[in-house]
Design a protein around this ligand. Structure first.
Ligand code: BTN
Length: 238
């Protein structure tokens, strides 16, 4: 199976993820990309809204990867690596993106992208937002853009680089499995042993980052032993 992408462009849309779901349910093929200049109802993880004015990249990709449904969550790591590769390619060489579990992409500690992976049986919709020109004013965390870091990109060139990196990542995932994806993810993430805080189910847990297990769950070393987290957010200790 090869990963060829076909882009369908919209000026304004509610949410590219919603449109991708609508078309997928009507039979849209693997690789259809819904790209909008702006969203009026952009969605983030945990039902948060996603700031979506013109100037940034908003796209959702219909994926039918022919993998067991239980492995679909691995795609969010494939996507995070593709976004990190793209951001690295667009920023000046002295700046390096970092990945924060499960799939936030940060530059100098500020969020530059968000990934929303939704799946049902054999379909996954991979929604990606990348701040090229406009940073949301979020009270909850710092945000940034490609332009604010001295990077140069049009939204369309960022999209095309990202789709090429995603095709490469999907190839790696199919060929070498999640272990290879996990190794690539760890290259961009915090080092093993770094102190991190996991906010899961309303409780904050602090410990040392101990890597990812074979399903992508975060491993946290605490005084009580290794904890395994499958959902939540990580905050770096400031
Ligand atoms: C997050 O909470 O970090 C994930 C944000 C995902 C935003 C993207 S923008 C394109 C796609 N359409 C949406 O409605 N959401 C995703």
């Amino acid at each position: 199976m090869t990963d060829k992408f076909t882009v369908r462009h919209y000026e304004t849309i509610g949410s590219t993820n919603d449109e991708a779901w609508r078309l997928a349910r009507e039979g849209a093929p693997h690789g259809l990309v819904i790209h909008a200049d702006e969203q009026t109802a952009g969605r983030g993880r945990f039902s948060r809204s996603w700031f979506s004015p013109p100037g940034n990249l908003y796209m959702s990709i219909v994926l039918r990867p022919d993998m067991p449904p239980a492995r679909m969550s691995e795609l969010s790591f494939v996507a995070a690596i593709a976004v990190a590769d793209t951001v690295a390619a667009l920023l000046p060489k002295r700046l390096r993106p970092h990945l924060k579990w499960p799939n936030d992409v940060l530059v100098e500690g500020a969020k530059i992208s968000g990934i929303l992976l939704e799946s049902d049986a054999d379909i996954a919709i991979l929604g990606i937002g990348l701040n090229v020109l406009e940073a949301p004013k979020s009270g909850a965390y710092q945000t940034t853009t490609i332009a604010a870091n001295g990077g140069l990109a049009s939204v369309d060139s960022a999209r095309d680089i990202l789709l090429a990196r995603l095709a490469a990542g999907l190839g790696l995932w199919r060929r070498d499995g999640f272990a290879a994806v996990r190794d690539a993810w760890l290259v961009w993430s915090y080092p093993i042993g770094e102190t991190i805080r996991v906010n899961a189910s309303g409780a904050a847990r602090e410990g040392k980052f101990a890597g990812l297990d074979e399903t992508g769950a975060l491993l946290l070393e605490t005084e009580a032993g290794i904890e395994r987290h499958v959902t939540g957010d990580v905050a770096l200790r400031g």
